[in-house]
Design a protein around this ligand. Structure first.
Ligand SMILES: [Fe+2]
Length: 292
């Protein structure tokens, strides 16, 4: 598989989140899926059915690990957690590990939420150091995902996208850009999502998340229980028009429909990659016509 020439991350194609209701379909029918994303925490155990299922999946598919409890913005990393995470990294041979740009634990107490950080230079330095530490321990690239947020801090010194850029440049790491989260936050905090995309180093994107959300009267919630909305597809199209094909993953975590429906929704991403290829070949043709 070719490496993405922009960022060095291998382009695996269009992936789907591995979810329990789909296990028997996947193991029985062996659908042609480019890769699966797993939630690391669901498999950080010593033995048992989840690991046996994972091993069967690994026999046939590429698997990428996505975590929800490294809490890169918390005061310190949990070494026990990282030790168990590393065991799973060795099992899956994931090309990288992703987790969120958030905090969620203090002194051994865990909120189990992806809490937003204040966008300050001190917080960016703190998170970047934790990313480097995690990468050194895990011995695979660590890429950070932007979260959707519903609150802001008076202490913030910059926009969310400036903060994300500051973190990834300081940590010299990749980004998992969740374009649905960007859209949800843009509506909740009243900013232009394209300013966000134009304000981060897109050449550092190792993966993109797309997902559906729910609109309420006064806010939008990142529910992952709907097809992807046209506005979110427009953001995705903007990203691929800038950096080309990129690892793309559809998240569908609640009210999960049959596997084929989820996979069909994910494969809509190929339409934008085809449009991009058509546009590029037309540009090449017109450039040749001009020079002929
Ligand atoms: Fe996400």
């Amino acid at each position: 598989m070719p490496a993405n020439r922009h960022n060095g991350f291998t382009d695996l194609g269009i992936g789907v989140g591995l979810r329990v209701p789909h296990y028997s379909h996947i193991l029985g029918r062996k659908p042609a899926v480019d890769w699966f994303e797993i939630i690391s925490e669901n498999f950080m155990i010593d033995a048992g059915r989840p690991l046996r299922t994972l091993d069967l999946i690994l026999e046939q598919y590429a698997v990428v690990q996505h975590g929800v409890s490294m809490y890169l913005g918390s005061p310190r990393l949990n070494r026990d957690h990282l030790k168990r995470l590393k065991q799973l990294v060795r099992r899956t041979k994931t090309p990288f590990v992703s987790d969120h740009l958030c905090w969620g634990s203090v002194d051994g107490s865990y909120s189990h939420d992806l809490l937003p950080l204040p966008y300050t230079f001190a917080a960016a330095r703190h998170v970047a150091a934790r990313v480097r530490e995690a990468r050194d321990i895990l011995e695979v690239p660590v890429i950070v995902e932007n979260v959707s947020s519903y609150a802001e801090f008076h202490a913030s010194e910059m926009s969310e996208w400036e903060f994300l850029a500051e973190v990834v440049e300081r940590a010299d790491c990749g980004m998992l850009l969740d374009v649905n989260n960007i859209y949800v936050s843009s509506r909740n905090h009243n900013f232009d999502p394209f300013d966000y995309l134009n304000g981060v180093p897109l050449e550092r994107v190792g993966q993109v998340h797309i997902a559906g959300h729910t609109k309420f009267e006064r806010y939008i919630l990142d529910t992952h229980d709907h097809p992807v909305l046209p506005t979110v597809w427009r953001l995705y199209a903007h990203v691929v028009s800038r950096i080309g094909p990129v690892n793309t993953l559809l998240e569908w975590d609640a009210r999960i429909p049959p596997f084929e429906e989820v996979h069909r929704e994910a494969l809509k991403a190929r339409r934008f990659l085809r449009d991009l290829e058509t546009q590029r070949s037309e540009n090449r043709k017109s450039a040749q016509t001009v020079t002929a």
